[in-house]
Design a protein around this ligand. Structure first.
Ligand code: ADP
Ligand code: MG
Length: 736
């Protein structure tokens, strides 16, 4: 499956946007950098340093200044990559830089203005134009997906309820590398369709305002295009090449301290920076070349871009810069980052005949449906022929070639004839007086059924045809005009433009090479006529080397400073997070019962694949039957809390489950008073009146407390009923 296996480095281009209205009053119109377009160099001046301090020079594959056109960037730096994708390579373009420096402008641009359309719309044009101009023996299938990484979660932007859905997982396969298994992918047949896909996704993208850029994007967006191309090879068999294109618009790389973000936003910024710092670490590890371990697994972004950085892909990085002096630090960081990325070596290869090519599946399905349809039509034809024989009216149609339309016509005709025949037969049955009414009914019913069957079959054929046509229409065939651009002049213009772009690229490369060689060989060629001359030359050389040394020293100092700064920032983030952790601990320790906490803790497991804590299911797992949690029992060991009365009754053996329970021991008086006892009580009352004034009022009025005949009066104090009440009510509380 591998072909053209060779190593090539990541192409890095730099683009500086024009000053905006806010910046213009602040600084010199030239900004802090000069760009040498011919040499591909950026010369950066520190606005805070003295003029004697050496400027920093960086060299890239190409540089684009404030006056650069979208079209130039595309033709020079992106077009060759898209051509490779169309030839079956994997390709990635990513825009990196501080918020507001033109990442989105470069990637998307202004769709409605043909001059300002960015990389993505131009790539759409390019892909579909290429397909329409290719030879007719090529079959294409183009698919698009759109995802974003927001707070380290992958979201499918084409899924209508992506905001509520859980983050998608990542998988890895030796064939396709890292991929997202459940990602929506739309088959696109034209520029219009793929633009529609892009629009749907863009609307779903999360945008939030910060101080830096009101609509700055807080997420990393990846637009994925898969182009499968089937073509008969020299061996006569059809071969499929699959090119995958990743168009990546990263979130802003600025430091969070500058954006004035707080709270939720800070966490978000920390996560964005986690992905970006992981990307930085990956780039450093790859550029260094010495460290064996590349930390791809540290973030979702780096895992998704694993192939693009040091793997099977051709990659272009567009580093975007702002010209304003206040962004000097960020600009320098971006340039360093970009400079490091130049050293990454990729091993791109053509993906030929991968197992998971959808085109192959489509081709198989089309072949299967066609076979089914042909079979059906053939059957109809056979039946028709038989019918024709019966009617003894052969019209010699056997000789007709089985062209699709003819067969279809014949099948339709067969259905029509069959319908007419059944109608005729029905009429005949109705008109036949020799048949009994029952018999007539039965025969008519039978004919009805036959007609129903016929219709069903016809419907099934129609459905099959529709399905067949739908699948077939998804495949694009080369040479067909899906775009209206037969204009030869336009084609010529494009070719010329490409040639010019190619030429300027080559020129730049040569210039860069010459510059390096000049430096090295100049001294070697020098011959000295006198000692004096030699001293002069050597002093000059010494001065030059000294300046270089100073530059490098300054560079080291800068890098150290930056490390200190980023460490401070990390510490700040850590402090924030520790504070939050303490807050959560406080809540847990004080407001969550320890046994509940333990229960929860014992059910939690960490999933390293998803980088998340997860609850183990309550349903017992096959392997761990003890996992199921038991229903909690009451404090004294019953299934549910029950009253003391019920417990006593249970020990006595009665079925007490639904019997009402007394709260107080106030039982029915089973010995109703008679006249004699009433008289006796009256006498008592009189006696009491005369002897004591502080007798209980109940006794005074002759009203007596309900009292059990089997209990003594002393046991009926109010305190005893209180005890029993509290005993009953205490139970459920203690059982909890
Ligand atoms: P980012 O995506 O990096 O946050 P944007 O692409 O949104 O930044 O750009 C910020 C603003 O700068 C936009 O209004 C955009 O139109 C403008 N801009 C960026 N680059 C250019 C450029 N090369 N030419 C003209 N305008 C630009
Ligand atoms: Mg943006």
């Amino acid at each position: 499956m591998s072909k053209n296996k060779s190593s090539e480095s990541v192409k890095v281009v730099v683009r500086c946007r024009p000053m905006n209205r806010k910046e213009e009053p602040n600084g010199p119109s030239g900004g802090i950098m000069q760009m040498d377009l011919r040499l591909g160099q950026v010369i950066l001046r520190n606005p805070r340093a003295s003029h004697s301090e050496p400027q920093k020079t960086f060299t890239f594959d190409a540089v684009y200044d404030a006056n650069s056109k979208q079209r130039d960037l595309y033709d020079e730096s992106v077009r060759p990559l898209i051509d490779s994708v169309l030839a079956g390579f994997n390709g990635t373009i990513f825009a990196y830089g501080q918020t507001g420096t033109g990442k989105t402008y470069t990637m998307q641009g202004m769709w409605l203005d043909p001059e300002k359309r960015g990389v993505i719309p131009n790539a759409f044009d390019h892909i579909f134009t290429h397909i329409s101009r290719s030879q007719s023996d090529k079959q294409y299938l183009v698919r698009a997906s759109y995802l974003e990484i927001y707070r380290e979660e992958i979201r499918d932007l084409l899924d209508p309820n992506h905001a509520n859905a859980r983050g998608l997982e990542l998988r890895e396969s030796p064939e396709t590398g890292v991929y997202v298994p459940d990602l929506t992918s739309c088959v696109c047949k034209s520029i219009k369709e793929i633009e529609e896909v892009m629009n749907v996704g863009n609307q779903a993208r999360a945008v939030a305002a910060t101080d830096m850029n009101e609509y700055s994007s807080r997420s990393h967006a990846l637009f994925l295009i898969t182009v499968e191309c089937g073509q008969p090879g020299p061996d006569g068999r059809k071969h499929i090449r699959v090119g995958r294109l990743n168009l990546v618009d990263l979130a802003g790389s600025e430091r969070q301290a500058k954006t004035g973000v707080q709270g939720e936003r800070l966490k978000e910024a920390a996560k964005i920076n986690l992905s970006l710092s992981a990307l930085g670490n990956v780039i450093s590890a790859l550029a260094d070349g010495r460290s064996g371990h590349v930390p791809y697994r540290d973030s979702k972004l780096t895992r998704l871009l694993q192939d693009s950085l040091g793997g099977n892909a051709k990659t272009v990085m567009v580093a975007t810069l702002g010209p304003a002096p206040q962004h000097y630090d960020e600009t320098l960081t971006t340039l360093r980052y970009a400079n490091r990325a130049k050293n990454i070596q990729n091993q791109p290869r053509v993906n030929e005949d991968p197992k998971d090519a959808l085109l192959r599946e489509f081709q198989r399905e089309i072949a299967r449906l066609r076979a089914q349809l042909n079979h059906r039509k053939w059957r109809s034809k056979q039946k028709k022929e038989r019918l024709d024989e019966e009617d003894s009216d052969p019209d010699g149609e056997e000789d007709i070639e089985e062209e699709e339309e003819e067969v279809e016509k014949e099948a339709e005709e067969y259905v029509k004839q069959e319908e007419q025949r059944l109608e005729r037969e029905k009429e005949a049955i109705r008109g036949d007086r020799s048949l009994l009414a029952d018999e007539k009914q039965r025969l008519l019913g039978e004919k009805e059924r036959m007609m129903g069957d016929l219709r069903k079959e016809q419907e099934a054929t129609e459905q099959l045809t529709a399905k067949y046509k739908a699948i077939e229409s998804k495949l694009l065939v080369g040479g067909k005009n899906i775009i209206d651009h037969t204009n030869e002049q336009q084609k010529m213009l494009e070719v010329k433009r490409q040639e010019i772009a190619e030429q300027s690229r080559n020129e730049r490369e040569m210039q860069q090479k010459m510059l390096v060689q000049d430096d090295e060989t100049l001294e070697l060629r020098e011959t000295f006529t006198s000692l004096q001359q030699e001293v002069e030359a050597k002093t000059k050389k010494l001065k030059k080397l000294y300046a270089k040394l100073q530059c490098i020293k300054a560079e080291i100092q800068d890098v150290n400073d930056e490390h200190v700064r980023s460490r401070q920032e990390l510490e700040q983030t850590q402090n924030e997070l520790t504070r939050e952790l303490k807050f959560k601990y406080l809540i847990i320790e004080n407001f969550i019962p320890p046994e509940e906490k333990n229960k929860i803790m014992s059910r939690m497991t960490f999933d390293p694949e998803e980088d998340q804590w997860k609850f183990q299911p309550l349903v017992p797992a096959e392997s761990k039957p003890l996992q199921m949690k038991k229903r909690p029992t009451s404090a004294v060991g019953y299934k549910r809390p029950i009253s003391q009365y019920a417990r006593v009754a249970i020990t006595m053996g009665a079925n007490n489950r639904f019997r009402a329970e007394n709260i107080m021991f106030l039982e029915l008086d089973m010995n109703p008073p008679n006249t004699a006892s009433l008289l006796g009580r009256l006498k008592d009352a009189e006696l009491n009146l005369s002897t004591s004034a502080d007798n209980s009022p109940t006794n005074d009025r002759g009203v007596h407390k309900s009292r059990s005949w089997c209990q003594s009066q002393t046991s009926l104090t109010s305190s005893s009923s209180n005890v029993s009440l509290s005993a009953c009510t205490a139970m459920p509380a203690s059982a909890q």
